[in-house]
Design a protein around this ligand. Structure first.
Ligand SMILES: [Zn+2]
Length: 386
């Protein structure tokens, strides 16, 4: 009895405190001055993806008050066209809401000052001064960040990462996106492009990656990897692929990630196995990240995470088997993201509240300077009058 009791007490020591309480207690002083003292005003968050631009008014509690969307302009269009799209969405929302700042999460590399987009794979942006261009047009403060960073921030503030100030987010979409939060702050690296986990080499001499290297992590653990494997098996007319081949009527190109997940849920052996493989490689990569970064938790988002435990359970197993120093260290948790496709938008809006505050502070300082000048001028006038 007492031994069990001791065991339970020890386990409790390793368990982290309740999420609601610890946010206030464990964040650094600097962070306490930022998001916790930011004005509780509604802001607009924008998520620019490969196919659509989502914009939403989000309040200080992370609730989406209204959401609108538009198609992402084609890559061939000039940067101005994308700016127009963003401005139209914001002005539309401003008709019905009091918007205090705009936060943008873009799929691309954003510089460390968070003002220029260095490169965006789906858009014509090349060293684009997005922040200045939009600030001038919208007359409210604008914040620009990488979409993986805004999604991680959203999950940390309102989703699966609440209460964990050392957090790594991994987004499994067509590739792998990632972000690092430490002491409740996004780590962007010196040049703003930290968190490109997808191109860590996990298999020397492995599959060729569009980045030019071989064996990148995202060639083994992503939506593209999942679909590639399923199509290969179907093309080879493997007996294990009969189920999925029949489902798409032999049209191998119609095999998609969501279809594989659906069939796996229905008990299809091949689809379950493929998701296990993806999950296995996910766990291997996570173990590598834990060796380098030692976070308290990993949050898994992106379209592939819809497979839930079919993906996460094999990931946890592989993580435990590959973690360095296993058995002698507390293990990071692995959880599925909670905010879904809106995570980036909600996070961008919340990060924008930080610049909303800075903007207002700057105004107040200007006002104070003016008042001081007025007082001095008054004193001078009085002195001269006497
Ligand atoms: Zn690569």
């Amino acid at each position: 009895m007492s031994m069990y009791r001791e065991r339970a007490d020890r386990d409790r020591l390793y368990r982290r405190p309740a999420p609601s309480a610890s946010v206030l207690r464990t964040v650094s002083t600097r962070e306490r001055r930022s998001h916790l003292s930011a004005p509780r005003v509604p802001t607009v968050g924008i998520d620019i993806g490969g196919t659509k631009v989502m914009a939403g008014v989000v309040d200080a509690d992370g609730q989406i008050l209204e959401q609108v969307r538009a198609e992402t302009p084609e890559k061939s269009k000039s940067p101005k066209v994308v700016e127009d799209t963003i401005a139209e969405l914001v002005l539309d929302l401003s008709d019905r809401h009091d918007v205090h700042a705009v936060g943008i999460g873009a799929a691309g590399w954003v510089d460390a000052d968070r003002s220029r987009v260095l490169f965006a794979p789906h858009l014509a942006w090349r060293d684009e001064p997005l922040k200045d261009a939009l600030t001038a047009r919208l007359a409210v403060p604008v914040m620009v960040d990488n979409d993986a960073n805004t999604a991680a921030w959203g999950e940390w503030r309102f989703g699966a990462g609440r209460g964990e100030d050392h957090l790594v987010m991994i987004t499994l979409g067509t590739g792998i996106g990632g972000a690092i939060l430490e002491d409740g702050q996004v780590k962007r690296g010196k040049y703003g492009v930290a968190g490109e986990f997808g191109h860590m080499q996990v298999v020397p001499g492995g599959h060729r990656c569009p980045c030019g290297n071989r064996g990148c992590w995202e060639q083994y653990s992503s939506g593209n990897a999942l679909v590639r494997e399923a199509r290969e098996l179907a093309l080879a007319e493997s007996p294990v692929a009969y189920g999925i081949s029949e489902r798409v009527g032999g049209q191998v190109s119609e095999i998609t990630g969501p279809l594989i997940t659906e069939l796996a849920r229905g008990g299809d052996a091949m689809c379950t196995e493929l998701l296990q493989d993806i999950g296995h490689w996910l766990g291997v990569g996570i173990a590598n990240l834990a060796a380098a970064l030692d976070p308290g938790g990993f949050v898994i988002g992106g379209g592939v995470s819809a497979a839930d435990e079919l993906l996460i359970d094999p990931a946890r197993d592989a993580f435990r088997r590959h973690l360095t120093g296993r058995g002698y260290r507390p293990e990071a948790t692995i959880a599925k993201a909670q905010l879904g496709p809106e995570a980036g938008m909600v996070g961008a809006a919340d990060l924008a509240r930080l610049v909303a505050r800075r903007f207002r502070r700057a105004n107040r300082r200007r006002l104070e300077r003016y008042e001081r000048y007025e007082r001095a001028a008054d004193n001078l006038r009085r002195a001269v009058g006497q």
